[in-house]
Design a protein around this ligand. Structure first.
Ligand code: GLN
Length: 283
């Protein structure tokens, strides 16, 4: 009896090997019925995410070994990592200047933007935004010892810093051009951290940046810096969205479906709390 089983088992194995071999010989000329892999054999999609990784807690270069995608970490990075898992895609990060992100997307050097980017009608002429996933707004950072500056109007005749091409840049530039406040100079930086260094050294009087990022720098320099909110006509609430090429409606829909669910599940809130605890900066 045992022998019979063994013989049958060997026969079954031989048959399986023959089938596999035959199927493997399928040269795709269509004259047999074997399906040689189909969809499973397709390579995974790789999407290039454009960001500007000097924007903690949304994107920054992590300590050695702490990166979530490559060497990068932050709310946007963790969020995209999770979306990519659910969509079964690989993500490659292109880290560049914030001001060039929309152009890079339009020319398809990147597939989408996740960079704490504020949804604005003027930007939406060039890109499609995802559902909003975070509400921010502008904050003014000054030296802690400076008690004279408590509003944007107090910056009349002084030097204010912003990150180039951001909503802070737009608000400050509009205020200046409209004559609401005449600054001595508007210093535009590619990285918020460079503006913070100039503020600490005294060559800037104030730096304007999104609230979560301002809180993050305050946590890094609690004795040296102070932040305040000026509810003026140029600073409204802002909502962050990821951005997609105008033609990539399917990709936008795929991201929106997952993003909507993750927001409803409280995942973005969780990430904010996680990174605030990690980096400091909770209000
Ligand atoms: N939220 C701001 C904007 O969209 C700043 C974004 C950033 O610097 N990464 O302009």
């Amino acid at each position: 009896m045992k022998k019979l089983f063994l013989t049958l088992a060997i026969l079954a194995l031989a048959l399986a090997a023959f089938t596999a071999c035959n199927s493997g010989n399928d040269n795709g000329d269509g004259d047999n019925n074997y399906d040689n892999g189909g969809a499973a054999a397709e390579p995974r999609r790789t999407l290039v995410m454009g960001t500007s990784a000097g924007f903690p807690p949304f994107e920054f270069i992590a300590d050695y070994g702490q990166g979530v995608i490559g060497q990068y970490a932050g709310i946007d990075i963790s969020l995209v990592y999770r979306i990519a898992q659910e969509l079964d895609v690989d993500i490659v990060i292109q880290d560049q200047e914030f001001a060039g992100l929309i152009t890079a997307l339009q020319s398809r050097q990147i597939d989408f933007i996740a960079a704490g980017m504020t949804i604005r009608p003027d930007r939406a002429e060039f890109v499609n935004f995802s559902v909003p996933y975070y509400t921010a707004g502008q904050r003014v950072i000054v030296q802690a010892g400076n008690t004279d500056i408590n509003s944007i109007a107090d910056l009349e005749g002084l030097i204010v810093g912003v990150q180039m091409g951001t909503t802070a840049d737009m608000a400050i530039t509009d205020g200046h051009n409209d004559g609401v406040v005449t600054f001595q100079d508007i210093a535009r930086f590619n990285q918020p951290a460079h503006g913070i260094l100039d503020l600490l050294s005294g060559s800037l009087d104030a730096f304007v940046v999104d609230a979560p990022v301002a809180r993050n720098f305050l946590a890094a320099y609690p004795d040296e810096l102070r932040i305040f909110y000026d509810p003026n006509e140029f600073f409204g609430p802002e909502q962050f969205g990821m951005a997609f090429h105008l033609e990539d409606l399917d990709l936008l829909a795929e991201f929106n479906a997952v993003l909507t669910r993750l927001i409803a599940e409280g995942y973005v809130e969780y990430l904010y709390a996680h990174y605030a605890a990690l980096l400091g900066g909770e209000e």
